[in-house]
Design a binder for this molecule. Structure first.
Ligand SMILES: [Zn+2]
Length: 313
């Protein structure tokens, strides 16, 4: 079934790129509302004009983070860590009021959003969840970057990164099954990261002004500059999985498929959704009644189960 929040919550922190304080209030919303951002500080616009649906076809920039905008010029960026938390916690419907152009960064992971959602809890709504079932492989490739969506009865997120210039990152792979709270336990607190030379270049360009060791892992060759080190050895690739969950959540429903990204970022994640929705034979939209964030999916489904198994539930 579709879910929303039991009640609203409000969080405040700085934006990663602006360095300025931002407040978000995440509110319950009706069934079939979806996730919608509202730029309440853009007071020249009406309430409706301030709203930006969190959908793949609203993405206007993916260079440093995922940015969405509407035709009235209302925009909001760095949405991916919040979107990942909402998807993983099974929140289908919410209105997110925000008073700046960027979601607050916190520690550069999704954990603060997960905690806030857990504090208020979620409520089932009287409507089936919308699932986007992948029917055949769809691939986007650019140079050595590749993303594929393949059929799977369980939402799977598989990622690989390779940083030859930073031995401490090196070659890492990870696979997340997006069921049973795995996201919360295994990737939610994995932070965004950057190489020290890239961070310096961004600051010189007036970007990442709020960036610090409080909200990102900064890597210099074979060491991590953060005094407390890493939260897990493969925190880097786990963060890429976190980003992918947030970016693919812009499909507008639960994607029942196997995401596989190699050296992929926000740009490739948006391109794979555009490629998917450009091919009517690659997906179908179905009603889905299992609460994957809670249920032990393995009791119902396995990765090798035929498609009919899931369709019959
Ligand atoms: Zn990220």
């Amino acid at each position: 079934m579709q879910h929303t929040l039991n009640k609203s919550f409000t969080l405040t922190d700085i934006g990663l790129h602006s360095g300025k304080p931002v407040k978000i209030t995440v509110k319950p919303a009706d069934a079939d509302h979806g996730i919608v951002f509202q730029r309440v500080d853009m007071t020249d616009l009406s309430a409706e004009e301030q709203k930006i649906p969190a959908k793949w076809n609203r993405v206007v920039d993916t260079r440093l983070c995922t940015v969405i905008a509407n035709e009235k010029g209302a925009n909001v960026g760095t949405i991916e860590h919040l979107m990942a938390a909402l998807r993983a916690a099974g929140v289908d419907n919410a209105l997110i009021e925000i008073d700046a152009a960027e979601v607050p960064v916190f520690d550069g992971s999704s954990i603060r959003f997960i905690e806030a959602i857990d504090e208020v809890g979620t409520a089932a709504q009287n409507a089936p969840r919308r699932a986007i079932r992948i029917l055949k492989d769809v691939t986007v490739q650019e140079g050595d970057k590749v993303v594929t969506l393949s059929p799977s009865t369980v939402p799977l997120y598989e990622g690989r990164i390779e940083y030859n210039s930073a031995p401490i990152i090196g070659d890492q792979s990870y696979t997340l099954k997006l069921v049973n709270g795995n996201f919360k336990h295994d990737v939610a607190d994995c932070r965004t990261f950057g190489l020290v030379q890239d961070v310096e270049a961004m600051k010189n360009a007036g970007l990442a002004l709020g960036g610090s060791l409080d909200n990102a892992v900064v890597v210099d060759d074979d060491r991590v500059l953060n005094p407390d080190g890493l939260r897990c050895r493969d925190e880097f690739v786990r963060h890429k999985i976190l980003d992918a969950v947030g970016d693919i959540a812009l499909a507008g429903g639960l994607v029942l498929g196997h995401y596989k990204g190699s050296k992929a970022g926000h740009d490739m994640n948006n391109k794979i959704l555009r490629a998917l929705f450009a091919d009517d034979s690659a997906y179908e939209v179905t009603d889905f009644y299992i609460d994957i964030e809670e249920a032990d999916m393995d009791m119902y489904l396995s990765d090798t189960a035929p498609k009919e198994t899931a369709a019959a539930l």
